[in-house]
Design a protein around this ligand. Structure first.
Ligand code: IPM
Ligand code: MG
Length: 358
């Protein structure tokens, strides 16, 4: 049966890297049907809103969403609810995408591109699981007001609310423990339980859920220590689970260990297996339209989509192996290029992946 894919390329380099991912999927002759929609800044420019209703509708009725990137400096002065970033937050909420899988894998050929010593990152294969629809990102109340009390009473203040409900932590805990069961059976849960009530509840819930997974060793880490451990001994960590805000920060850190954020894919899933797949990097407006961006994270996101939402494991592996092959053949876009390698454009990289599939 043909599966329907919502294609949301977005802003900046989004359209050019998306074109490469679609080219790869098309070359594989898979039973997929693509439907595009504007999202982010380009949607704001066309319809006055970064996430039009028609886009949400398309995403909801599709089997999966392949997402590029959103954001551009020129929209930074818009009111918050009209900024391109709201599109991705709105899609996560509308589809209930509470699971965010952010693998950080260091490809052997790119070890030298990491800012850490090669021996610290060679062979790194870490899975960061971030809760994606709760926490201070979505917690109410939030806003601006005149401070009602305290030392700065009477001054204008901004406030947000960090909150997690037990079932909300339980469902992400189950995802994390199951992932750990399929890997090294070691799970690191990150919180700030020494200071925050929300984190204490998170930790207590993790401990409760862990009783259902006796084979998995659960380790707790405060977020400041986790940030340190990621650069000190990242290979000691196999699966890490954390809340929305800490996960946002730690996933960028984990991504950088691998040398290039241009290589990392991510998946955001709901409880129905529907998912949104996007590169971990942003829209890079400074290099947009130059055909020099690295399309591999977008291509690897398409591979994740085949695996997690479409049940096409073999095809997913085929793409991942093709990416490994082009790296071993020495093809590099500018962001991962080093002396002695073949520098290629965004579209040439797409072509190389297709050639490597055969
Ligand atoms: C990410 C991004 C988003 C987030 C932004 C663009 C809203 O940084 O996906 O990590 O904070 O979640
Ligand atoms: Mg982020």
């Amino acid at each position: 049966m043909t599966k329907k894919i919502a294609v949301l390329a977005g802003d900046g380099i989004g359209p050019e890297i998306m074109a490469q991912a679609l080219k790869v999927l098309t070359a594989m002759k898979l039973p997929l049907e693509f439907e595009e929609s504007l999202v982010g800044g380009v949607a704001y420019a066309a319809y006055g809103h970064p996430l039009p209703e028609s886009c949400i509708k398309l995403a909801k009725e599709s089997d999966a969403v392949l997402f590029g990137a959103v954001g551009d400096f020129k929209y930074d002065t818009l009111e918050r609810h009209l900024r391109p970033e709201q599109a991705i937050l709105g899609l996560r909420k509308a589809l209930g995408l509470f699971v965010n899988l952010r693998p950080a894998v260091c490809f052997p050929e790119l070890t030298a591109a990491s800012s850490l010593k090669p021996e610290l990152v060679a062979g790194l294969d870490l899975l960061l699981i971030r809760e994606l629809t709760g926490d201070v990102y979505f917690g109410q109340p939030r806003g601006k007001r005149i401070s009602p009390d305290g030392q700065f009473a009477g001054a204008e203040e901004g406030y947000d609310t960090m909150r997690y409900a037990v079932p909300e932590v339980e469902r992400i805990a189950h995802v994390a423990f199951k992932a750990a069961m399929g890997r090294k059976k070691h799970l690191v849960s990150v919180d700030k339980a020494n200071v925050l009530e929300t984190s204490q509840l998170w930790r207590d819930t993790m401990i409760e859920v862990s009783k259902q997974y006796p084979e998995v060793t659960l380790e707790h880490m405060y977020v400041d220590n986790a940030a340190m451990q990621l650069v000190k001994a990242p290979k000691r960590i196999d699966v890490m689970v954390t809340g929305n805000l800490f996960g946002d920060i730690l996933s960028d850190e984990a991504a950088m260990l691998t040398g290039s954020i241009g290589m990392l894919a991510s998946a955001a899933l709901n409880d129905k297996g529907q998912g949104l797949y996007e590169p971990s990097h942003g829209s890079a407006p400074d290099i947009a339209g130059k055909n020099i961006a690295n399309p591999l994270a977008q291509i690897l996101s398409a591979a994740m989509m085949l695996r997690y939402s479409l049940g096409m494991e073999q095809e997913s592996c085929a793409i991942e192996n093709a990416v490994k092959k082009v790296l071993s053949q020495g093809y590099r876009t500018g962001d991962i290029w080093s002396e002695g390698c073949k520098k290629v454009s965004c579209s040439e990289m797409g072509d190389a992946v297709i050639a490597a599939l055969k």
